[in-house]
Ligand binder design. Structure first.
Ligand SMILES: C[S@@+](CC[C@H](N)C(=O)[O-])C[C@H]1O[C@@H](n2cnc3c(N)ncnc32)[C@H](O)[C@@H]1O
Length: 266
């Protein structure tokens, strides 16, 4: 049995990369991203150049590519990027930490989806990720990201579930025991069972460590990074979003933030 430590998210995802698409096979990315695009257009999305930060295996940018967006992606995990590259060989993909992104372009839209930002375990790191996104947006461009709510940590991250896809079986073991509190740190294990051609089974365990980011903190750090017109929507488990984010009623909060057009303090 192999156990991958939680302390380094890059290593965690390098280890999970070969299984990520099977593990998330039941997520309807096309509907989710289509709903987010519709909201982004309502928020005045100024163009079609998109940077998908923490793009993983490409699931979060492929639906935009199919709609005619010009996509660029980045992620800290070389193995996740490898899978993205196989699916989208013409997309520019960079290995980079979202806390210290180099200038990759002046994008109309920067996305960071599927609770990638919850892997940042301090307010300082969250602020650095926001500043990195801001630097890569054209003035007036939109930043769209989601974070897990207290309800998400009190339910999904506190429970055990089983799924299987493509000959592999997954056991998700949320480790949250106490009532979920703002800023809580949460861990979960994903146990991956695979069967070799000789019929023997092997198990690998992937450990995930996250932190809850409460809305007042998110708004303060967004303002510091030069964002204005911040709107928070609540997301339900089926992926639909509704106005008025509620930590206790929604599983995720999806933020839409506009980069200020004037010079920003950073
Ligand atoms: C749950 S996956 C989401 C991937 C993709 N956005 C999707 O929706 O399928 C989280 C991703 O965040 C990436 N990630 C976590 N911390 C990161 C960091 N500091 N910098 C860049 N990527 C990071 C991981 O490597 C992983 O690919």
């Amino acid at each position: 049995m192999m156990t991958i430590p939680a302390t380094d998210t890059r290593l965690v995802y390098d280890g999970l990369a070969a299984h990520y698409d099977a593990f998330t096979a039941h997520h309807d990315y096309h509907s989710w991203i289509a709903a987010l695009e519709e909201q982004a257009l309502e928020h005045g999305l100024p163009g079609r150049r998109v940077l998908d930060v923490a793009c993983g295996t490409g699931k979060s940018f492929l639906p935009l590519l199919a709609k005619g967006y010009v996509a660029t992606g980045c992620d800290c995990s070389a193995e996740m990027l490898c899978r993205a590259r196989e699916k989208a060989p013409n997309v520019a993909l960079f290995q980079a930490d979202m806390r210290e992104l180099p200038p990759l372009g002046q994008f109309d839209l920067v996305t960071c989806l599927d609770d990638a930002l919850n892997y940042l375990l301090s307010s300082r790191d969250l602020g650095r990720a926001f500043a990195s996104a801001s630097r890569n947006l054209a003035p007036g461009g939109l930043y769209v990201f989601d974070v897990n709510t207290l309800t998400g940590y009190a339910t999904t991250w506190a429970s055990t579930s089983f799924s299987e896809h493509d000959g592999r079986a997954f056991v998700w073991r949320g480790q949250v025991k106490a009532p979920a509190q703002p800023l809580l740190r949460a861990t979960a294990l994903i146990e991956i069972f695979t069967q070799a051609v000789d019929g023997t089974w092997s198990r690998a365990t992937s450990r995930h460590a996250q932190r809850h980011h409460p809305e007042p903190l998110v708004r303060e750090l967004l303002a510091d990074a030069g964002f204005c017109e911040v709107t928070a929507y609540g997301q339900l488990p089926n992926g639909s979003v509704e106005s008025g984010a509620d930590e206790l009623g929604h599983h995720k909060v999806v933020y839409f933030a506009r980069r200020e057009t004037r010079a920003v303090r950073r």
